[in-house]
Design a protein around this ligand. Structure first.
Ligand code: 5AD
Ligand code: SF4
Length: 457
């Protein structure tokens, strides 16, 4: 708070108009949520915001380390800022987030990107005002990338990116160590927010008119471990569900190994929790799941799906799949294809395996040629697209509850929104309905959306 005030005073003395910040977050929802904290701190320090990095006085890239291509994009963007910084006196550049929590990346920035002013990892997010203060005063480039024990810092100001849907982090970090994944290394050990803090924030959001809360954690099913008050994620969901008002609750991400029947029963019992579960399976081969250190089998996963389908009428599922994990054969991949045909996910997030330095899988033999992996991915996408088209065709003629989120892409008079299953729906309705729940009768489907009109009567 103290540093924040001091930065504010420095900026007020230095600029005769509010200085402009550009903040961009790559990667997952958790990182987007961190980006809202960064913007919140900047707003408190007196920054305004711009969408054009080259016109900003402070550019911050909040980075993702989950796959190599996310990292490459960051280096590309930072490289492009070099000449912008020369043109704009006093421009500062900051890099933060998951990539920066890796020492090798921070060292590379130190050595090869001398025009980057601030580098801070996920553990140092809240120290932004101090780092900025020091740099603005003319101290050396600031690097803060130590691995902290990762206590939770409450009370960081937020500048939310929307007014209808809100991110609500409930836990941070991950203890699972899936062999492909960098997250436990860059986001540290699991730690949960106190239920009181989560509930206060949830109540405040609903009071401000938010209509959808997305409860976030790398592994939400681990919520509550280590808290003095005994509570688990199912119990937290019930408490959020008790808040009075009309709103939806979503959550991500669930790990199949700790997705319990209790959690599924809770979703069934809670009227505000969307009938949709994002449950990343990663692979349909038990051999590969074991090599990934996932601690479940395909049979266990399917049992969960069947149980949820029996308990929650109309439930849909989405998933993440990694194609081409080290040692994956054509036979393993075909089991993944079989699994997705069996489950019929309404959305699939598919990735070609990307070795992450320091993870166990990065040291495994990986003989499958990249070209084969690309073909497999194509095949997976085609299969998924057929499944999706089938599910969308089934929706035509039905009436679905939709949260109207904004103007549609289909032109004047169209709004866009999402169903509980997170399917996009475009429909004709007055703008005043943005932010409300509406019932839409689906008339046709195209691959990216369902189209319809407000239900009559
Ligand atoms: N390579 C490819 N995909 C990965 N994911 C995580 N790590 C890797 C990696 N090294 C995917 C997983 C995870 C999603 C967020 O990203 O599918 O669920
Ligand atoms: Fe990327 Fe993972 Fe960090 Fe999210 S937690 S930003 S997916 S590396």
């Amino acid at each position: 708070m103290e540093y924040s005030r001091q930065v504010r005073e420095l900026l007020a003395a230095r600029y005769d108009h509010p200085p402009m910040a550009y903040v961009h977050s790559f990667g997952c929802q958790q990182n987007q949520s961190d980006g809202e904290k960064i913007a919140g701190m900047l707003a408190q320090m007196g920054y305004g915001f711009t969408d054009a990095p080259e016109q900003a006085d402070l550019v911050i890239y909040n980075t993702c380390a989950v796959r190599e291509n996310a990292e490459d994009r960051v280096f590309g963007n930072v490289g492009a800022l070099k000449s912008a910084k020369k043109r704009r006196a006093g421009m500062l550049i900051g890099l933060c987030g998951c990539m920066m929590q890796q020492q090798a990346v921070a060292d590379k920035i130190k050595k090869s990107y001398p025009y980057v002013d601030l580098v801070f990892g996920t553990h140092a997010l809240h120290t932004l005002p101090e780092l900025l203060y020091r740099r603005l005063l003319g101290e050396n480039r600031q690097f803060s990338t130590e691995n902290a024990r990762g206590e939770i810092i409450e009370g960081v100001p937020l500048r939310r990116s929307g007014s209808i849907k809100a991110n609500l982090p409930v836990m941070y970090g991950c203890d699972n160590f899936c062999t492909y994944c960098i997250v436990p290394y860059v986001r540290g050990r699991e730690r949960s927010r106190n239920p009181g803090d989560v509930l206060n924030e949830a109540r405040a959001l609903v009071g401000q008119g938010y209509r959808e809360l997305l409860l976030l954690g790398q592994n939400v099913n681990s919520y509550g471990k280590g808290l003095s008050e005994p509570i688990n994620f199912a119990a937290l969901l019930r408490r959020v569900n008790e808040i009075e008002d009309d709103f939806w609750i979503r959550f991500m991400t669930s790990h199949p190994k700790d997705c319990t029947h209790e959690l599924i029963d809770t979703i069934a019992a809670c009227n505000k929790v969307c009938r949709h579960i994002h449950l990343p399976v990663q692979s349909g081969s038990d051999r590969i799941l074991a090599a990934m250190n996932r601690h479940y089998t395909v049979a266990h996963y399917l049992e969960l799906i069947d149980y949820a389908r029996a308990r929650i009428p109309g439930v849909t599922f989405s998933s993440d799949i990694i194609v081409g994990f080290p040692g994956e054969t054509r036979a393993d991949f075909e089991q993944t294809l079989e699994l997705i045909k069996r489950v019929r996910f309404n959305a699939l997030y598919t990735f070609i395996y990307s070795p992450r330095p320091g993870t166990k899988a990065a040291g495994m033999e990986d003989p499958t040629p990249a070209a084969d992996k690309s073909l497999w991915l194509r095949e997976l996408l085609d299969a998924e697209s057929d499944i999706r088209s089938g599910m969308q065709a089934d929706a035509v003629g039905t009436t679905l509850r939709v949260l109207a989120e904004g103007e549609g892409r289909s032109g004047d008079g169209w709004l866009t929104g999402r169903t509980q299953g997170n399917d996009i729906v475009e429909f004709t309705a007055p703008r005043a309905m943005i932010g409300s729940f509406v019932d839409v009768t689906i008339e046709r489907a195209q691959n990216w959306a369902l189209f319809g009109r407000l239900k009559e009567g």
